[in-house]
Design a protein around this ligand. Structure first.
Ligand code: TA6
Length: 300
């Protein structure tokens, strides 16, 4: 069977050789390895060597799930929540393999607050999350299904996949973001942080401290560097965040030394404003990450 259950999560193995691992904690993808043209497995995600993988705190790396709020809570329903909400620090339930064949290996995880008193103490709005992870030869799909089980209450939320893509931070670029409105969270005053700018660069880099929230983005991004890249296709995630702390990373307790030199966060999300999900409805947010390496690109 191309899935293996371990104490901490599920390992997905594709016949092509690619491998992924998803923790039960936060339903956090912590590894996505793809064979390069030489057949060697290349890790496509970054996880800090100082990250906690034991459920004691959100993982510093991989693909943490952000829900129901992005950043510090501002919505009245979220005021008891930590930064980036609770989805990434709850134990999810493995709901089995959905598919496993040559096309891909697909597993589902569920976060249902019913019976979770600790969660209900900080968040009382009815919801249910399903997270479907599919591993193919060179593609990893991470689909977040947000359900509103209420008969009358509208669910208001933000959602984002906080993907840490392993890449040389001083060489990686993201396109196409030129012309988009964005908010620069590195600004030192609240007024400057809340004043929109317009991206003038054809290729956005993270050579300096970058924390940018792009609004109404194209939902298709090419993340590239001299030896490879990752294409990202999003669905319904209308915004995208680009983050790399550079030397500010020294202030992050679970960031390995110089870790910021080895990743770029490209985070499709719905983070400007709140999505409103009517009673009994479901929203599906998809992220398709397609891995490329130079030799693969060269042969393309
Ligand atoms: O997505 C970028 C960001 O909001 C940054 O501002 C930084 O706080 C980063 O997320 C990491 O947040 P965390 O709560 O995981 O330390």
């Amino acid at each position: 069977m191309p899935t293996e259950t371990t104490e901490r999560g599920i390992i997905l193995k594709h016949p092509s050789g690619s491998i992924a691992e998803v923790l039960f904690y936060g339903s956090t993808v912590i590894s996505w390895k793809v064979p390069n043209a030489s057949g060697e497995l290349e890790e496509r995600l970054f996880v800090s060597s100082k990250a906690s993988l034991d459920g004691s705190k959100p993982v510093r790396g991989g693909i943490p799930i952000v829900f129901p709020c992005f950043g510090q809570p501002t919505h009245p329903d979220h005021l008891k929540l930590a930064q980036h909400g609770f989805a990434r620090n709850q134990m999810w339930t493995f709901d089995g393999a959905v598919m496993d064949n040559q096309a891909g290996v697909c597993v589902k995880f569920v976060l249902d607050p019913r019976g979770n008193e600790a969660l209900s103490a900080i968040y009382t709005t009815p919801f249910k999350l399903e997270y479907v992870v599919t591993l193919a030869a060179h593609q990893l799909s991470t689909d977040l299904h947000i359900k509103n089980p209420s008969a009358s209450h509208t669910l208001e939320f933000q959602a984002l996949l906080h993907s840490y893509i392993r890449a040389p931070a001083d060489e990686v670029t993201v396109t196409p973001l030129k012309g988009l409105q964005y908010y620069d969270k590195t600004e030192t005053t609240e007024e400057a942080r809340t004043t929109p700018k317009v991206e003038s660069r054809a290729e956005v880099d993270v050579k300096k401290y970058t924390d940018a929230v792009y609004e109404n983005a194209p939902m298709k991004y090419t993340v590239s560097w001299p030896s490879g890249g990752v294409d990202i296709k999003a669905q319904n995630f209308k915004d995208v965040v680009i983050w790399n702390p550079q030397e500010e990373g020294r202030k992050i307790g679970d960031m390995e030394s110089d870790g910021w030199k080895n990743y770029i966060c490209v985070e499709p999300g719905y983070v400007r404003g709140f999505e409103r999900l009517a009673p009994q409805k479901t929203w599906i947010y998809c992220q398709r990450s397609i891995s490329h390496t130079r030799d693969l690109l060269a042969s393309a």
